[in-house]
Design a protein around this ligand. Structure first.
Ligand SMILES: [Zn+2]
Length: 194
């Protein structure tokens, strides 16, 4: 379980390095019999946007926006799986991505010390979803498409882009799944260490 600064652990995963896949990770444990829905209620979606550093504060979200967000999320996951395994996205999934990608998105901003920030004036959850969709289109059509992977943790099975030089990264994030696997391997080698 992750926790940051004693904050209540909401289970969000931000360690996989790519915006659209931190979003698909809001459905966790995709390889387990029962995946873990981290966007259970509309407020979860608003909180995810804040935790992701995209919105300064949680704006109100309606159930229709949550339903649309989940549809987008699963379209990204299915489309990425198709591309990862050498196929093409289903046209229905591509249509969902394209529809969101065509909408107004958060605008990027260069801050005073050269970091990427997001313009907050009038920013809402729907602008975040448009940004996520654009990132997904970029991943699925750019150089990253040949580096799409699923996490080797059989329960997690989360998507990520392997940017390691040899191209042999196995885990969606070293802080979560990679660390867990390392500890499990250590316990196997040292059964009495607890
Ligand atoms: Zn993982």
């Amino acid at each position: 379980m992750e926790s940051e600064g004693g904050r209540r652990d909401d289970g969000f995963r931000f360690g996989n390095g790519r915006l659209c896949f931190t979003f698909t990770a809001t459905l966790g444990d995709r390889g387990a019999p029962v995946p873990r829905e981290r966007l259970a209620v509309p407020g979860d979606l608003a909180r995810w946007c804040v935790r992701a550093g995209l919105l300064a504060e949680a704006s109100p979200v309606g159930p229709a926006t949550l339903a649309g967000a989940r549809r987008l999320r699963e379209a990204i996951d299915r489309a990425a799986e198709q591309v990862r395994t050498g196929g093409f996205p289903d046209p229905r999934d591509a249509a969902i991505l394209n529809d969101w990608a065509a909408r107004p998105a958060l605008a990027p901003r260069l801050d005073e010390v050269g970091r990427l920030r997001w313009r907050q004036e009038g920013a809402q959850v729907r602008h975040v979803l448009a940004l996520v969709a654009r990132d997904a289109v970029d991943v699925l059509t750019g150089p990253a498409r040949s580096r799409l992977r699923r996490c080797a943790d059989p329960d997690c099975a989360g998507l990520f882009v392997d940017v390691s030089r040899p191209g042999n990264r196995r885990w969606c994030s070293m802080n979560t799944c990679g660390n867990r696997a390392k500890k499990a391997a250590f316990r196997q080698r040292n059964p009495r260490s607890g």
